[in-house]
Write a new protein. Structure first.
Length: 317
């Protein structure tokens, strides 16, 4: 008589399948939270010339766009030299307010604003200009979502230099970036937040003569010299995980911002255009199947495990 021998692998699979099916049937197992937030607030921005500068014309455009679970947010297009526009969906968005703790609701929002006067007679006096770009996405909990919020400001100023001059650029800034994932996004999830800021000066008939994109270290500038560059304004954070994963950058606050300063090389007389690009984006994506779908996957594993067990018994006999 042949000795019966049953392989232990099949019962193990059977137990695993039953456990997975039971787990997936429980409410809240396929739960995941995600947050992406980016804030870049530039304050007291001043542009001065060592020689004579003629008053010019300014123009700007602030934009905010985004989606929350596939539904478009109301787009903001705010033209002019001073403006403020905000859009949001869901409940919980607050302008220029870092979220450092636990999440509490599902929402998305963004703000763009510009105010004040950028060109002054002195880098130490005058009102200066203020520019804010703010974007945030929060997904809480137990669901899937694909959210994207983009906020940007493009500001241009045309002016004339009446004599050879150097242009000084000074401003303060604070920055907040957070990418966060928690829970069990079974099919995966990502959260990213980015800030970007740069200034370019072009001379009519010549082209670009100056460009500066602060990066927190030497470099990032052509056609001039930077004297203060405490942190990068062109950076981002990303979280990708099936469990808690978080990346955060905090540089300065409204009360204690970082200070930036640069000066151009000597520029000849003529017509110039200064352009500032100030943008942030926040994106979060969670792929979480419904519990019923997960339960079906678990039951399928149970069936496969049972089939394997019967085959093993027949072969042993």
């Amino acid at each position: 008589m042949k000795k019966l021998s049953v392989k232990s692998a099949a019962p193990g699979k059977l137990v695993a399948g039953l456990s997975f099916a039971a787990m997936c049937a429980l409410p809240g197992v396929a739960q995941a939270d995600a947050l992406a937030q980016s804030i870049l607030h530039v304050t007291d921005f001043k542009l001065t010339a060592s020689g004579s500068i003629a008053s010019g014309t300014a123009s700007g455009l602030g934009t905010v766009s985004g989606k929350l679970n596939g539904v478009d947010l109301v787009n903001v297009n705010a033209p002019g030299t001073t403006y403020s526009g905000t859009t949001s969906a869901g409940v919980g968005y607050a302008v220029d307010t870092p979220i450092t703790g636990a999440l509490s609701s599902t929402f998305a929002g963004g703000t763009t604003s510009v105010s004040g006067t950028a060109v002054t007679n002195s880098p130490f006096f005058g009102t200066g200009a203020d520019a804010l770009a703010d974007a945030v996405v929060s997904l809480v909990p137990q669901g899937s979502g694909n959210v994207e919020t983009n906020t940007g400001t493009t500001f241009s100023y045309e002016f004339a230099l009446l004599s050879d001059s150097q242009i000084s650029i000074v401003f303060d800034a604070h920055q907040f970036l957070r990418a966060y994932l928690a829970g069990t996004p079974i099919l995966g999830g990502t959260s990213t937040a980015n800030t970007n800021w740069s200034i370019t000066i072009q001379k009519a008939g010549v082209g670009q003569v100056f460009n500066w994109a602060p990066n927190g270290e030497s470099g990032g500038i052509t056609g001039g010299t930077e004297t203060l560059d405490p942190f990068s304004l062109n950076t981002g954070v990303t979280a990708t995980a099936n469990f808690i994963n978080e990346a955060t950058i905090i540089n300065g606050t409204d009360a204690l911002p970082g200070s930036f300063a640069a000066v151009t090389n000597f520029l000849g007389s003529g017509l110039y255009t200064m352009t500032i690009n100030h943008k942030v984006d926040a994106r979060a994506n969670i792929e979480v199947p419904e519990p019923a779908t997960l339960a079906l996957v678990g039951l399928s594993l149970v069936g496969l495990a049972g089939l394997g067990s019967r085959r093993a018994k027949r072969q042993a006999a």
